[in-house]
Write a protein that binds this ligand. Structure first.
Ligand code: HXC
Length: 514
């Protein structure tokens, strides 16, 4: 062969491989409203930035009709590229090739990308669309999954890992996304460990695939998913936006955007939180007024909505926000809220993202169900995560901060770098009503007019303890500020704390309550 003929042959093979499972299957994918694996990659990455690896990879299986079976790229597109000019590595499963099933070579391609992510300090993204372990390859395919899981753990806390679920993601396959930092699921995608037919056979329960593993189930009920996307394009847009808040690895700071020259007081902040502790409001309005341009990327918005978590920026610097949500169950901390917040706090800490905590919390959720569910160990995760976090930690007490929940929302004693409060703050062991009923029970009983005596005592207790002044006098609170000045205060404090360095005792790892 001449060199020209060799090049022609190369191009012929390349063109064939680039078609994946062929036009008919591509059309089927489009017909279902989905992009192909390759289209997802090209849409996610900056234009013309994709450099592919492993296009010519071939499976080695000869069992169950696999001998000689063509599986372009072994069912996964892998390589490197950039998002907003920053390097990422990724793998995108190709459902048109053997249903995107995972064989030995398929998983080896994914693992190679993960390891290159680690070496280059770049985020890793896996776009899932797969029938799971390639049944014909048996244990080799399981072993491949095992290697992906192992590498997910090696990458954890070193580079951000994001999973997009754009098709089926069933069986043990769902554990790779679960080991990553964020899961974005499209409306038509399904995730579960065992599907409806197995569930029916084992437990007799009847459930549809959507009810079991659709995004409503995996976000609202299980809390497995972090973002629900309308379709592939939306999932890609969410992934790009999410990465814009994150550093490429744990040795870097998040990208710094431009800051405003002057921050003016925002008088609307003086009005959002009602002074009456029984009245609710939407804390997301407070957050929107604190972060740059109101740009707040809420995480898990439909799971445990009694706490709000998400990413924003203050004077161009990424911050993680954790806020009680008084409009849902009065913002109480329960099992799910604690799990949700604790995991997010640990993510922010791992990736050098300062934490801003907005407090308006009546306490931990009472109840037999919560106790039996382990509110003690789940709630303890908040204490653990905040105490272990060494990034700048700034807490704003807006209104209620009672009891253990006050501590769990990053008080000074958990090493918050700043705790400030608004004049509306009530920092106390418990609400004034509850406190008076315990300590003045006999006095109220004996009073001529028990009702008005109780009200008097409540007012006295509230005036004495349920204000920020006692806390400030004892240095539990660094300053009491007008709400309108919050954004300016936080921006200055973040600037001051930017060079914070904190060293902890050497150990293998602590034991977060699970
Ligand atoms: C090999 C597979 C496959 C698999 C799908 N295909 N899943 N090949 N191993 N796991 C192939 C099909 O044979 C078919 O090939 C092509 O992919 C497209 O699949 P269809 O069934 O035609 O597509 P659809 O109707 O859309 O259904 C998609 C599906 C279904 C729901 C994912 O294929 C399915 O149920 N697959 C099996 C799922 C499963 O049980 N996987 C193993 C799970 S155990 P042809 O050539 O006919 O087009 C597991 C353990 C992991 O994953 C453990 C890790 C620790």
């Amino acid at each position: 062969m001449t060199i020209d003929q060799k090049i022609q042959e190369l191009n012929r093979q390349r063109d064939e491989l680039l078609l994946g499972g062929g036009q008919e299957r591509i059309d089927r994918q489009h017909g279902a409203g989905s992009l192909t694996a390759r289209e997802r990659v090209n849409t996610l990455l900056d234009q013309d930035s994709f450099q592919e690896s492993g296009l010519f990879a071939r499976h080695r299986c000869s069992l169950f009709g696999m001998a000689g079976k063509k599986m372009p790229g072994d069912g996964v597109v892998t390589g490197a590229g950039s998002i907003d000019g920053r390097l990422v590595h990724l793998a995108s499963q190709d459902f048109t090739v053997g249903g995107g099933s995972v064989g030995e070579v398929h998983s080896e391609k994914i693992v190679q990308m993960m390891q290159t992510s680690l070496k280059t300090g770049s985020p890793f993204i896996l776009i899932n669309d797969s029938g799971g372990a390639r049944i014909q390859e048996g244990i080799d395919s399981l072993s491949g999954y095992g290697k992906v899981f192992y590498n997910n753990v090696m990458l954890s806390g070193v580079v951000p890992q994001i999973s997009l679920i754009c098709g089926p993601c069933a069986g043990g396959a769902a554990y790779s996304p679960a080991l990553t930092d964020f899961i974005i699921q499209t409306r038509t995608a399904r995730m579960f460990i065992t599907g409806p037919s197995v569930i029916k056979a084992v437990t007799g329960e009847e459930v549809s695939a959507e009810e079991l593993g659709g995004p409503a189930a995996q976000m609202n009920i299980s809390g497995v998913v972090h973002f629900v996307a309308e379709d592939d394009l939306d999932a890609i847009a969410i992934c790009r936006r999410l990465l814009s808040f994150l550093p490429s690895n744990n040795m870097e700071d998040p990208p710094l955007l431009e800051a405003e020259e002057v921050i003016l007081p925002d008088k609307r902040l003086n009005e959002i939180v009602p002074v009456d502790p029984k009245q609710s409001y939407d804390v997301r309005e407070v957050i929107a007024r604190i972060v740059d341009r109101g740009d707040f990327m809420e995480v898990q918005d439909m799971f445990a909505p009694n706490i709000v978590i998400g990413l924003g920026r203050l004077q161009g610097r990424s911050v993680g926000i954790v806020a009680n949500q008084p409009s849902v169950m009065a913002g109480v901390l329960d099992i799910n809220a604690s799990d949700k917040a604790a995991r997010f706090i640990r993510f922010c800490n791992a990736f050098n993202i300062p934490l801003v905590t907005l407090v308006d919390v009546p306490g931990f959720m009472p109840g037999v169900e919560q106790e039996y569910g382990g509110i003690i160990r789940h709630g303890a995760k908040m204490l653990f995560a905040y105490s272990a976090a060494t990034v700048p930690k700034i807490t704003v007490v807006m209104r209620k901060a009672y009891g253990g929940a006050y501590l769990a929302m990053c008080c000074k004693d958990l090493d918050a770098d700043r705790v400030i409060s608004w004049p509306t703050a009530e920092i106390a062991v418990m609400g004034a009503e509850g406190a008076v009923d315990v300590i003045f029970r006999n006095e109220i009983k004996k009073a001529e007019d028990a009702v008005s005596r109780r009200q008097e005592l409540i007012a006295e207790y509230r005036d004495t303890f349920s204000t920020p002044y006692v806390s400030a006098s004892r240095l539990h609170v660094d300053d009491i500020i007008e709400p309108a000045d919050t954004r300016r205060y936080l921006a200055m404090a973040l600037d001051i704390l930017h060079s914070k360095r904190e060293f902890r005792p050497q150990k293998k790892h602590g034991l977060i309550p699970l």
